[in-house]
Design a protein around this ligand. Structure first.
Ligand code: GTP
Ligand code: ZN
Length: 401
């Protein structure tokens, strides 16, 4: 049971009643400070707005009243923990849905609203439908043979965290922004550890082009600066996520939002001791102020699966519209407006290189390992026979030595 899920009200007999959203169907008669006895167990209804339910999903669910609306709050492989009005329970995708879902990113993810066949909360439920998502953060699942993997669904805001010390890297930020814009959620850049940065203005200037149109917050866990600005996004019913490299301070921020340092870290330690069971790992966290945070293990380091360059590289894509050739690669073709902008200093060469690198990375996505290897050979040598030629020449050169 998690303290954040406790709700209290006054019973007819004047006793305080406390109930726990995480359990859902237990009620204890308590005095203001301590539990006296569990006099009876009653069926409670969970208010799903606490879990971010909006009219959009409510309306979608009403079209199929025979199924139960639920939100995925954690996932362990094919097993999901869901919350419905009846409480929490485990669920699995139905055989029919499993057959229908051909794209791996269509499988339910934490944050998804699903429709399931109603069962007692002590039984495992069956997920029949994943409701259309308002946003989806997906990553490439390299080496798994899968094209991608859904990480978190229905996020309103994605906080891209980058520390202002050694972690600071504009090119990496551009990668995260490209991915975040593509998800359908709105990215917000959070620059952490501002207490360790004596040159904030200079660092902000380096980010200016890449963060055009994006809110940027600088914060410090040491001084508390900037935390209120992050908090302002956590309105009731909004679901957010924090992404960024390891050690930038994501957990520190989430702990702060939870309002208690111990809560998150303690839970993680408890889970570790038990071997991290799916039922205990909290991945969708209800904050006291009403917002929700999704923090899944897969969220921490993300590989690009798809990108939206029109927003993350709006300057480059706007310039490219004026290139003479529609398929201009901006690599020295005549009439290239992008190269012209670099020549005048309007665009930095580093930013174009970052754009091209991300585009190349994406072009590889969806290819098999062999296709990817061939694409690389094509790019580096202009084809297999040309590569063989180069290899032959190198061998001969080495022999002569
Ligand atoms: N100086 C300073 N240190 C910070 C700040 N925020 C976090 N830290 C420290 O940075 C370290 C890493 O912070 P975490 O919150 O665990 O980082 P994380 O991003 O959650 O890391 P992962 O869990 O590995 O993804 C801890 O020792 C924090 O105390 C900050 O604003 N200033
Ligand atoms: Zn061009």
């Amino acid at each position: 049971m998690y303290p954040y899920a406790w709700q209290e009200t006054t019973a007819d007999n004047g006793h305080r009643i406390a109930f726990c959203g995480a359990v859902g169907n237990c009620a204890f008669f308590v005095q203001p400070t301590r539990v006296l006895t569990c006099e009876r167990i009653i069926k409670l209804t969970i208010n799903l707005t606490t879990y971010g339910l909006t009219n959009y999903f409510e309306d979608l669910a009403q079209a199929t009243p025979e199924l139960t609306l639920a939100r995925i709050i954690s996932q362990h492989r094919d097993l999901y923990q869901v919350v419905s009005e009846q409480g929490q329970q485990l669920a699995q995708v139905s055989g029919k849905l499993n057959y229908q879902l051909t794209d791996p990113t269509s499988y339910p993810a934490v944050g998804d609203w699903v429709l399931m066949t109603a069962t007692s909360t002590t039984d495992q439920a069956v997920i029949d439908q994943v409701l259309p998502r308002q946003s989806l953060l997906a990553r490439s699942a390299a080496g798994t043979g899968r094209q991608g993997q859904a990480i978190a669904a229905n996020l309103t805001t994605i906080f891209i965290c980058m520390a202002l010390n050694g972690d600071f890297n504009v090119r990496r930020l551009e990668r995260y922004l490209t991915m975040a814009w593509d998800s359908g959620a709105t990215p917000v850049v959070v620059l952490t550890k501002v207490d360790l940065c004596p040159v904030l203005d200079a660092k902000m200037a380096l980010l200016a082009d890449s963060t055009m149109g994006v809110d940027v917050i600088s914060c410090s866990a040491k001084t508390g600066a900037g935390f209120d600005a992050v908090n302002a996004y956590l309105l009731p019913g909004k679901t957010v996520a924090f992404i960024g490299s390891s050690g930038v301070g994501k957990s520190t921020l989430i702990n702060h939002l939870l309002g208690t340092e111990a809560l998150l870290t303690k839970t993680i330690r408890e889970d570790d001791a038990k071997g991290r069971h799916a039922t205990t790992a909290r991945q969708l966290i209800v904050l006291p102020q009403g917002g929700l945070v999704i923090d899944t293990p897969g969220m921490r380091e993300l590989q690009l699966l798809s990108g939206n360059f029109d927003q993350s590289f709006a300057d480059v894509t706007a310039l490219a519209k004026n290139c003479k050739f529609r398929d201009c690669q901006h690599q020295g073709e005549p009439g290239c407006a992008v190269q012209a902008a670099i020549a005048t200093g309007e665009l930095s060469a580093d930013r174009l290189a970052s754009y091209q690198k991300l585009q190349q990375e994406l072009a590889y996505q969806g290819l098999t390992a062999r296709e990817r290897e061939n694409a690389k050979i094509e790019r580096l040598f202009g084809g297999k026979s040309a590569m063989k030629q180069v290899v032959k020449q190198v061998r001969q050169k080495n022999k002569r030595r």
